[in-house]
Design a protein around this ligand. Sequence first.
Ligand SMILES: Nc1ncnc2c1ncn2[C@@H]1O[C@H](COP(=O)(O)OP(=O)(O)OP(=O)(O)O)[C@@H](O)[C@H]1O
Ligand SMILES: Nc1ncnc2c1ncn2[C@@H]1O[C@H](COP(=O)(O)OP(=O)(O)OP(=O)(O)O)[C@@H](O)[C@H]1O
Ligand SMILES: [Mg+2]
Ligand SMILES: [Mg+2]
Lengths: 223, 223
Amino acid sequence: AIILAKVTKIYRSGEVETYALRDVDLTLENGTFNVVLGPSGSGKSTLLNMMSGLDTLTSGTLTIDDAQISAMNHKELTRFRRHNLGFVFQQYNLLQTLTVRENVQIGAQIATDPLEPEEILKRVGLENHLHKYPFQLSGGEQQRVSIARALVKQPKILFCDEPTGALDEATAKDVLAILQALNETMQTTILLITHNPSIAELGDHIIRMNSGEIVDVLTQKNK
Amino acid sequence: AIILAKVTKIYRSGEVETYALRDVDLTLENGTFNVVLGPSGSGKSTLLNMMSGLDTLTSGTLTIDDAQISAMNHKELTRFRRHNLGFVFQQYNLLQTLTVRENVQIGAQIATDPLEPEEILKRVGLENHLHKYPFQLSGGEQQRVSIARALVKQPKILFCDEPTGALDEATAKDVLAILQALNETMQTTILLITHNPSIAELGDHIIRMNSGEIVDVLTQKNK
Ligand SMILES: Nc1ncnc2c1ncn2[C@@H]1O[C@H](COP(=O)(O)OP(=O)(O)OP(=O)(O)O)[C@@H](O)[C@H]1O
Ligand SMILES: Nc1ncnc2c1ncn2[C@@H]1O[C@H](COP(=O)(O)OP(=O)(O)OP(=O)(O)O)[C@@H](O)[C@H]1O
Ligand SMILES: [Mg+2]
Ligand SMILES: [Mg+2]
């Protein structure tokens, strides 16, 4: 399980303090598909950054299974993320100087049982773009490279920040079907942020946020 | 009117040629609200880049009212865009070293009748973020700065590439209401790219694309 206990995150810039998360308690059981909904600026991406060890907590703790993540140093955190976590970032975060296939290969390199980069790229419809650079891709193509890169290492836990925001309906459906299949066949734990209520229907649990707080957790399915 | 005649755009990288647009003919009448729909990679952003003079045509012509845009040099193009056009880019394109308010002020500087930056920022809900830098904003907040920057100079023609993709339903509604009001009261010509069919309902015309071609133009309203 991923357990956030009494987590607060405050961003300080000069005099200004922004409470991005206030006293959040949240547990994600292994193998669950969790969707996070909430207005722009409500703290969804911050929640993802806290739950994945990508950023430090101002106060509170993060535990993933038996590992005390919030107590790890930078080196331990980096190794933990590499071995266990996959990310689809809201702004894609592709390496601009590597091709599509190289961006995905990098994701496979440190994995114990990686998929074939060209296979996963084919599944997201990018087989004709393998040798292009990110600046030569459309918005939705860049997003799909980001998705392929996260999936190729078959992570235990997958964090997706609006992974279909730049995709048309049909392409988005394909991607969400891949994620659902992963969750059902591989018991991959998924945390997916979205603005789209119809995507929320895919989740076992819906986590609603507002102004840095979790206001509601709805359980739709029991596993 | 904005007139594309027989426009083709080919991207070449090494041996590979990508036909991003094939022999496109399209006219947008002044004061119309036009929505572009189509799958990821179908050429929507490329169409916008061609219609706005942001990028060169491989063949064909672009005329805006009586100006032969495709015949202009770099300096004339830059001046034309500054005086007449506003842009909301798919990747926001904010200046990272300027604050929220400064990013919008820059948009106002070269305008004949600019709005007040703080006013327009308030209308998109960002009054508490004026002194932050883009990296300190959520995805949807960055998108809204991009929107405010385009609107502040009250352009004759507004090009919006998925301007609400990162926004929740309520915030997206506010933004679209602002765009509709602009179109109705100021006769601003709008070209809006979206994946969301419900947003398409706002348009006077819906332009459907697939594989670099315009496959359909539907007129929903007459003005
Ligand atoms: N580095 C930072 N410094 C200051 N404030 C920040 C920083 N990063 C985020 N914030 C603020 O924290 C709040 C929550 O941000 P977060 O990115 O988690 O929102 P979000 O729910 O993901 O929004 P969106 O749906 O727009 O992506 C926002 O108001 C944002 O401005
Ligand atoms: N600089 C470039 N070099 C090579 N190919 C390019 C370049 N820019 C765009 N393309 C290709 O042209 C096609 C159309 O791109 P475009 O960005 O117009 O698509 P789009 O409809 O906006 O897609 P999306 O909905 O994903 O944003 C894509 O297949 C893309 O890979
Ligand atoms: Mg976010
Ligand atoms: Mg695009």
